[in-house]
Ligand binder design. Structure first.
Ligand SMILES: [Zn+2]
Length: 154
């Protein structure tokens, strides 16, 4: 049943499909749960159950790993040398994540939708990589909009 194209999609970046939430925020959430610092990074994520349109839970795995010092992939995280003692795996429910994002937004005053970057992922392809668009939630400012009233729009 599975064509070659489907096979490729399945092996892309350790994910079966694009997570329907900001991956930076998912990483940040998992990092907080791990109790570790900024050097703890997510290397694998999935929306479960696989193949379902609606996510029941996000599976996030991460660890602390060194960056590559040489070669064409210099500067990238070297997952083959990860510190196994820092390896953690979390199952985060979308509802819990939404709540966590709201609290993060209050705490940081940044827009949780785009993690304060002002842009969100439009699509991801193996050929072109990530393509971004301005964040709709904050209109590309990266600033929290929870305090802003709707009348301020006009
Ligand atoms: Zn935003």
């Amino acid at each position: 049943m599975s064509t070659k194209t489907e096979q490729q999609t399945k092996t892309a970046v350790g994910s079966t499909r694009l997570v329907d939430t900001n991956m930076n925020m998912l990483e940040e959430h998992a990092r907080e749960l791990s109790g570790m610092g900024q050097d703890w990074k997510m290397y694998q994520w999935q929306c479960l159950p696989l193949g379902s349109m609606e996510t029941q839970v996000y599976r996030v795995a991460g660890a602390v790993a060194p960056t590559k010092k040489t070669g064409p992939r210099k500067g990238e995280t070297n997952w083959s040398k990860m510190d196994k003692a820092t390896h953690r795996e979390f199952y985060i429910k979308p509802d819990d994540h939404t709540q966590w994002m709201a609290e993060w937004e209050k705490k940081t005053d940044k827009c949780a939708e785009c993690a304060g970057s002002g842009k969100t992922l439009r699509r991801w392809t193996q050929e072109d990589g990530a393509e971004y668009r301005p964040c709709r939630q904050c209109a590309g400012t990266g600033v929290s909009t929870t305090e802003v009233t709707h009348s301020a729009k006009n």
